[in-house]
Design a protein around this ligand. Sequence first.
Ligand code: C2E
Ligand code: MG
Ligand code: MG
Length: 743
Amino acid sequence: MTTSLDFPTQALLFPETTPTTPSSQPELPISILVIDDEQRARQSLCDLLKPLGHRTVQADSVAEALKWLQADNFSLALVDINLPDGSGQDIMRYIQDHNIETRFIVISGESTFDHATQALRNGACDFIRKPYMPASLLETINKEVVKVKTQHRYEHIQDELKGSEALHRFIVNNSPDLIYMLDHQGHFSFVNQRIQALLGYSAKKIIGQHYSSIVLAEDMEKAQFVFNERRTGDRASQSVELRLLNRHNKEIRFVEARALSVELTSMGVYSSSGEEGSEFVGTYGVIRDITDRKRSEKLKHYHQYHDQLTGLPNRALFHDRLQMALAQARRNKGQLGILFLDIDRFKMINESFGHLAGDKILQRITQRLKTGLREEDTLARVGADEFVLLLPAINQREDTAVIAQKIIEGSSVPMRFQDQDLRVNFSIGIATYPDHGRTKEDLIRHADLAKCHVKQNGRNGYDYYSPQFKNVQRPALELENALHHALTNNELELYYQPQVDIVNQQVTGLEALIRWNHPQKGLLTPGLFIPLAEQSSLICDLGQWVLERACHDARLLEDHSLTGLKIAINTAMQQLDRNGFQKQVLESISRHKLEKNYIEIEITESNIMQDMHKAVEILSQLAEKGISIAIDDFGTGYSSLSYLQTLPVSTLKIDRSFICNLSLHQSGTPIVTAILNMAEALNMNCVAEGVETKEQKMVLKQAGCSIIQGYYYCQPQPLTDLISYLKQANEGTLNHCNQLRKV
Ligand code: C2E
Ligand code: MG
Ligand code: MG
């Protein structure tokens, strides 16, 4: 077990300096330096050593010997005492003084005791007198060779041990997780260097401290189990979530910043085999930083329970809070109030300013509503322009009216927006517990009914729920249900209005316009039900029906030899948002065996502005497949014109509001002329919508607009009625068909 934190720098240098796996020991070559002034004596020693496979080098003097010792590594030296330029003792001293690892044996004719003791004092391993017995000399040499080899093996093992320890330290210290070891009393006996980066503690200082010093007080109870873990294997603690104190932020009041979320895995460590039963040494553990994961979980949770535009709680969170508040009110025999708020005529704001601006206004309204609320109140957005407010602790029912009145008074102060003063009024319905309902469903429904009642009675006010409101009609809901039925009961129909080329006197295309044959109300125009359908996914089902029917009718026209007429289909942004819209279009076209250029997708400028990015993506994909794109009601969408360059548009439809004022005597044409010029520069076609008079037609013709659509030529007609008109047009008589019925 490692208890020290002072790792040798070698640990950090590990990859270059130490082997990563244990290697088998290389055989050490033994080199022996034979030093004797007599050539015969040297040679006979070498001959004696040769069969053993050792390398021998000869030297005949002190100088020669020192030169070899400096230049080479010798395991052993056989040294004679009397040499021509000095004594063998000088060589031995040199070896000693220079810490040379060569062992040496003295072989000398000098046999005095003095010489022998002097040699041994100078570090000689043995002293052998000449003449020597070869066998006993060899035995002495062998003994030394064995020692040299043992020493070498020992050093090799040492190196390997150092290397493997360095390897483990390197791995532990460079782990992205915090690795620690606690002693049996819960004090840190080891931590890797990761602790500094994760928690801001110095690794050295934490040694000896109790684990509780780094645990957030609120999580201490849970921490005790993991940090005191004695179990091993599968039963040991796995991935326990905790919060540890972050020393970097210890002064910060918020727990989120003061604490680091971690996941901890730990196990008991035992002295011998690691089995329980042997001596418990302490706990080993790994701590993983899960801040990022927690953050993304939190974000997901936030999006799940909040409205993205305003940041307010959404319906789901409101229901949760109401549930809790109700439980509390029941326990305490208290009261609570719900205010259902609906912005009066928000649709009009949206239509006048465009949806993007509408969103900004909603954000401003939210800010206003929030001021003056208490911390325990919950304001939630539950519909496009609908909010609910929960007042969880009221003393009497009248408290809710005070709040409602405050909201109404607050909203009477004009809001400055795009250089205009906006007045945003509310219709507010109130229901209180227990007077107006005992369940959350009843309370919300009753507050909603009270709000409908206020709306029906002139808006901009508040009222309490009353049982008689049960009969309040909810026209929108009814209409929505009826529209669902209309789709299945075949009550929908497509009318078509021709687009006429006034230069060539030819019909170039038709716009498909939906109608609803309502069983009671008669024929309804889209203005009465499309906006409602756009508030739910109904618009997509309806759009799908239109697409299918328009393709079917295009086929019918082909079959009547009315070829080459492009059918424009009005499309809502919600349809583009839905996965697979492009596929739907292409499949319908191919199912009815049409050319792709027979279909044109028409989308209003304000629809595009709802999600420009998505619109560009989907419309581009359609354009790539050969389907043309038209921008409807062009000039009314408050849009920046730069988007025209990014959209694959082939036609601009000049909105009727620019056409209706055109007159030969007034200068009402500049906008129309500007749009026509721009379309020409961008290589787009232009269609003038809502042309009702000959005069308008003339002005447009003079301005260079050749394609017009409007009552002047033809009202929207059912296909069967239109076919004869188209056939006449084909034959060269292009009547204006005012005689045809107006819808
Ligand atoms: P839009 O696409 O701009 O269609 C032109 C509207 O102007 C049509 O109204 C048409 O009847 C009317 N119109 C044509 N010529 C004249 C004229 O000379 N004078 C006057 N005053 N009006 C004229 P409609 O059919 O009531 O449709 C209204 C809007 O409803 C359409 O405007 C379009 O935005 C939407 N709409 C129609 N059908 C569909 C559909 O199938 N899907 C979707 N999403 N929207 C549709
Ligand atoms: Mg249109
Ligand atoms: Mg239009």
